[in-house]
Write a protein that binds this ligand. Structure first.
Ligand code: SF4
Length: 452
């Protein structure tokens, strides 16, 4: 074990890391935030969009891994692959191949946009995506450099994609009329949501802001190109995930106010409704009346689903602080929460709220630090990334994978208030089974025992 506080002090791109923590951090190779290949974030978003083609340029092993993972997660789309070799890379022929491929793909009957992504090698080699045509036959071409050495997490790659598309759409809207959303234009002023959320969350948010005469707008990352225009046309952008800093820049350039945090629990919802109402120019009476109507049922829902457990929490989705707030308002003890994404102004209120309740809060946290927290606090439940979950189970500590089992649940408003208790309490009650398994498998699979 290293001494407390000797964890990394800066991330690869120079942002401040998490600084010192008052517990020992095991040695390990990472010392940086855990993430899969960052391109996966942007690829997954692109594959979910209608009338969108995705073309990857990178090493075959990288593209194989990305396409395997994308299809494992249910992508039912073709992923275009532009191969290269040393010669085409050195002579620049790879760029000509890329331009030819884009021209062949650009069928306006099938596509609104082609997303062309440089992986590590072509990014490092400077394959000039900016020299691709901006559009071909009316099909937009959006080039993205997403190297692992430049984009720190797959969560932030979603912002690279979303901000590039918002910029393109904003410039189109500045030139003249653009397509309306598929469901028609919403008459009320809208709140665009920035960050991927549970499918029912927009309905919950809509119900909460309706008394202020606001309606929920599109969620960014969008599911279709023309939603970008409607998103930019919002009254307020709600940056519920804090790492979409590039997209925030586009909203601000479009003259839209941006509000951080999210309507989680009672206090989080009160603060968020206040900030949204003020940003949208809603009257004081209406803001207060909305809070008076929305908050009591949330308070009651939290009281009906108490969580009495000590929980450490870490992840790489960007919603970790929100989940921690919800758990604390549900009665849980959270000694430590970390996220792989950086600190931004949009998570500042959540960080301050958590720290005021004695929580150790970490951004850009390394895997080793997250494991150190589990060893230090010996929680009833560890919520984390796959290797954190694996380590916790080795220690006979019940554990849940943040991405699949926690972040894929409603978090906001009344629906969010009781949503985590069943899965959390179910997992915590498995402690005895983990102890039994640990005794049964004692000594198996650890250290050198084969004597070969
Ligand atoms: S980070 Fe770079 S090297 Fe690693 S899989 Fe992604 S593209 Fe390939």
């Amino acid at each position: 074990m290293s001494d407390p506080g000797t964890v990394c002090t800066s991330s690869p791109e120079g942002q401040q890391c998490h600084g010192k923590v008052p517990f020992a951090v095991p040695p390990g190779p990472h010392s940086r935030a855990p993430t899969m290949c960052p391109t996966f974030g942007a690829l997954r978003v692109g594959l979910r969009m209608r009338r969108t083609a995705s073309l990857l340029c990178g090493s075959a092993c990288c593209v194989y891994g990305l396409s395997f993972t994308a299809h494992f997660y249910g992508a039912r789309r073709t992923i275009g692959y532009l191969p290269f070799n040393s010669e085409t890379l050195v002579t620049g022929k790879v760029f000509e191949d890329m331009r030819d491929a884009v021209e062949k793909l650009a069928d306006p009957e099938r596509y609104d946009v082609i997303l062309v992504t440089n992986l590590c090698v072509p990014s490092a080699s400077g394959v000039p995506l900016e020299r691709l045509p901006k559009q071909i036959n009316g099909v937009r071409v959006v080039g993205l450099d997403i190297p692992g050495f430049g984009v720190a997490t797959h969560a932030e790659a979603k912002d690279v994609l979303s901000s590039a598309m918002l910029r393109y759409a904003r410039q189109e809207a500045e030139l003249g009329p653009v397509m309306a959303p598929r469901g028609g234009v919403v008459e009320k002023p809208t709140v665009a949501i920035l960050g991927e959320i549970f499918p029912a969350d927009p309905m919950s948010i809509n119900a909460m802001i309706a008394p202020m005469d606001l309606a929920v707008g599109p969620t960014v990352p969008v599911r279709e190109w023309r939603e970008l225009y409607a998103a930019l046309d919002c009254a307020v952008c709600a940056a519920v995930h804090p790492h979409y800093t590039g997209a925030v820049r586009e909203f601000r350039t479009a003259g839209r106010p941006v509000v951080g945090s999210a309507p989680v629990g009672c206090e989080g919802t009160a603060d968020w409704l206040e900030a949204i109402g003020v940003a949208a120019g809603v009257s004081r009476e209406r803001i207060d009346a909305t809070k008076n109507a929305i908050l009591p049922p949330i308070r009651e829902a939290l009281a009906r689903a108490p969580i009495k457990a000590r929980i450490t929490l870490s992840g790489y989705e960007g919603s970790e602080f929100l989940v921690a707030r919800l758990l604390i308002e549900s009665g849980a003890e959270i000694p430590y929460v970390s996220t792989a994404v950086p600190a931004t102004p949009w998570s500042e209120a959540d960080r301050a709220w958590l720290e005021s309740r004695g929580v150790i809060v970490a951004t850009r946290a390394s895997l080793e630090q997250d494991i150190g927290a589990v060893e230090e606090f010996k929680p009833d439940l560890a919520i984390g990334t796959t290797p954190v979950v694996q380590k916790a189970k080795e220690l006979a500590i019940p554990a849940l994978y943040f991405t699949n089992l926690i972040s894929a649940r409603p978090l906001f408003g009344i629906a969010g208030a009781g949503s985590l208790a069943p899965v959390i309490l179910g997992a915590v009650s498995n402690k005895g089974r983990f102890e039994t398994m640990k005794r049964f498998f004692a000594g198996v699979g650890s250290d050198n025992v084969a004597e070969v």
